[in-house]
Design a binder for this molecule. Structure first.
Ligand SMILES: C[S@@+](CC[C@H](N)C(=O)[O-])C[C@H]1O[C@@H](n2cnc3c(N)ncnc32)[C@H](O)[C@@H]1O
Length: 248
């Protein structure tokens, strides 16, 4: 069970959480060494509205299978994906409807905190990803939220991240399934073109951490953002650092 009902968020997700062109370019560069020209498809677990799945064929010349339990998120993904090399399946990470060794890599973007049994999911990933194939995890992690703008304005939301799986837990759970942590690196992504644009996106509240906090704390955070905007703070792009964890 996800922490929020994605069927209700689906319509606003792309506007509220979609990355800018520059933000996507940063992830393209970070993923290139791991995904370029794989012979087998990439499984995108918790593929959501397909913001990455739809681009991977063009970026890396690969096929993609998106696995996504929310019917509404899947519908958005199907509506916005033009590439025939991408297919979407309705399922959860703990029960992947894929054959053993049928994928060249696994991609999990801002999803591990929704998976109730990460160890079971790791076992499934081990089963479907061919030996030697990478598992690539994009996430905010406990203790590593300093360079995420949202949390400067909504400190309560940073508290929610402290309940997410840590890098140590990922290493343990995927380690138990037979993977080894290879590296992790913060990736600087442009999340919005300006603080004003950032405020418009945040107001949609299409984010687990914002949905989990009380309404009055959310309103107080928006007021802090308004204060920063009217005070002329930082009119340039909003850059955030999420981590890329690589296991193999
Ligand atoms: C924050 S969204 C991320 C979507 C996409 N990966 C992205 O980066 O834009 C999290 C997604 O994980 C999905 N999800 C929730 N629980 C899941 C599970 N147990 N297995 C796979 N996906 C899950 C949700 O339905 C939602 O679409």
């Amino acid at each position: 069970m996800a922490r929020i009902d994605y069927n209700r968020v689906a319509a606003d997700y792309a506007r509220g959480r979609g990355l800018t062109e520059d933000g996507l370019a940063a992830w393209r560069a970070a993923l290139q060494p791991h995904l370029d020209q794989l012979d087998l498809p990439v499984v995108d677990i918790g593929s959501g509205t397909g913001q990455f799945a739809a681009l991977f064929p063009r970026w890396f010349g690969v096929e993609v299978v998106g696995v996504e339990p929310s019917e509404e998120m899947r519908a958005e993904a199907i509506a916005h994906t033009r590439d025939r090399r991408v297919t979407y399946l309705g399922a959860e990470a703990e029960h992947l409807p894929l054959a053993d060794g049928s994928c060249g890599a696994a991609w999990l973007s801002t999803v591990i905190h929704h998976i109730p049994n990460l160890e079971a999911a790791a076992r499934e990933v081990r089963r479907v990803v061919v030996p030697g194939g990478p598992v690539l995890i994009r996430s905010a992690f406990p203790g590593r939220t300093d360079r995420i703008t949202l949390f400067q304005f909504f400190p309560e939301a940073a508290g929610v991240v402290e309940t997410f799986p840590s890098i140590d837990q990922v290493e343990r759970d995927f380690g138990a399934a037979g993977f080894r942590l290879e590296e992790f690196e913060p990736v600087p992504q442009v999340s919005a073109g300006s603080l004003i644009e950032f405020r418009e996106r945040v107001a949609l509240r299409a984010d687990t951490t914002l949905r989990a906090m009380p309404d009055d704390a959310f309103a107080a955070g928006l007021a802090r953002l308004d204060g920063a905007i009217s005070g002329g703070q930082e009119s340039g792009p909003v850059v955030d650092y999420l981590d890329l964890v690589v296991l193999r």
